[in-house]
Design a protein around this ligand. Structure first.
Ligand code: SF4
Length: 361
């Protein structure tokens, strides 16, 4: 196994006045003196530049169904080798992975049982495990962009796809290179107001919307969106109307949207879990605004987890949790009416679809 460097020269940074370096990877643009760490805690200024201390330092690996990312229109039924590091460039008070995203000590505890892993070893492992893809997830891959990009390079040599599970909080200059190495992305749209982003995620919404527009309009990256609904905070009718209308008008009606259930965690133990009824209501609002593929997740919901043909309205993919229950697709087309269902339904090499072989594509 290739030896992993303990640190790695961070990119997208420049020297500024008074011996400081400015990180240009995300909109925070941290200005750091040697020895100082950025908001994300994994990028640190040295005397010569900024280094990524998390390079090669995964906080955990797991072979997951791709539906868990969640991606419902990208190689359904396949598995993704999933990993992340520590640190994050947002500060969501409702973070469900806060033990790794907010690790202030470089994540020593989280990393203690995980051996260093270089890009080549990760791609090799994905192949050996029969995974169709590698997912950069658990924390935001933007903060470990160099590690993710190098891993993606190794994956491409082996025909393994790559997935960014991200909040999309990345600078305009880093965005094209980072996403040029991704085949699919699930972007977590936290809410639909600057006030929400400022107060509950300690960031801004505008760069996230710019990332979404960039992905939808200027790349071939397969895009799906997740919105975690927190009761009383970002689940108002008006907020959901505004958000889903914006998605339909700016990204198009075919971008799949997942409404996900919040569970009390981190700094928001005093908020209730999201009910299935709230998720269903959000789904109805989104469909009312013209979105064609809208899902509910983190709850048992046979309707909200199924993909319906937008023409004949028959379910073309039924899901049971993260597993495929049945598929009625011929390639990418509905077997009942022939309508094309958007997404990547071929190219995976490990399917868990029971039933007739000709329905597996
Ligand atoms: S990636 Fe980290 S160090 Fe760079 S600007 Fe963002 S928070 Fe700061």
């Amino acid at each position: 196994m290739k030896v992993v460097e303990e640190s790695y020269a961070g990119r997208w940074s420049k020297r500024t006045k008074y011996g400081r370096f400015q990180c240009g990877l995300c909109p925070r643009r941290c200005s750091l003196r040697p020895g100082q760490k950025g908001f994300c805690f994994v990028r640190e200024a040295t005397d010569t530049g900024i280094r990524l201390s998390a390079y090669g330092r995964a906080s955990g690996f797991c072979v997951d169904p791709i539906e868990k990312k969640p991606l419902y229109h990208f190689l359904p039924g396949t598995t993704a080798l999933s990993f992340g590091t520590t640190g994050c460039n947002l500060g969501c008070k409702f973070c469900q992975n806060w033990r790794i995203t907010r690790a202030r000590d470089g994540g020593a505890r989280e990393l203690s049982s995980v051996p260093p892993a270089g890009p080549e070893a990760i791609a090799w492992t994905a192949q050996a495990e029969g995974c169709a893809s590698v997912a950069f997830t658990y924390n935001d891959p933007v903060v470990f962009a160099e590690y993710a990009i190098d891993t993606a390079r190794e994956c491409r040599k082996r025909g393994i796809r790559t997935i960014a599970v991200t909040a999309g909080y990345i600078s305009a200059e880093a965005r094209p290179e980072f996403f040029s190495f991704m085949d699919a992305a699930n972007v977590d749209l936290k809410g639909f107001s600057e006030a929400f982003y400022r107060r509950y995620s300690l960031g801004e919404m505008k760069p996230v919307l710019e990332t979404l527009v960039y992905l939808a309009q200027e790349t071939d990256v397969w895009l799906e969106i997740t919105n975690l609904l927190i009761p009383g905070l970002n689940d108002t009718k008006k907020g959901l109307e505004d958000m889903t209308a914006w998605i339909a008008n700016n990204l198009g009606p075919d971008v799949p949207v997942h409404f996900s259930a919040f569970h009390p965690d981190y700094k928001m133990w005093d908020y209730p879990a999201t009910s299935a009824a709230t998720l269903s209501r959000a789904r109805e609002i989104a469909i009312g605004n013209g979105l064609r593929y809208v899902y509910t997740s983190n709850v048992a919901d046979p309707i909200g987890s199924a993909t319906f043909c937008p023409k004949c309205l028959e379910p073309v993919i039924k899901r049971d949790g993260f597993r495929i229950g049945s598929m009625k697709l011929n390639g990418s087309n509905c077997t009942d009416c022939g309508q094309r269902i958007v997404g990547h339904f071929t190219g995976g090499h490990e399917l868990f679809v029971p039933g007739p072989k000709d329905s597996q594509s």
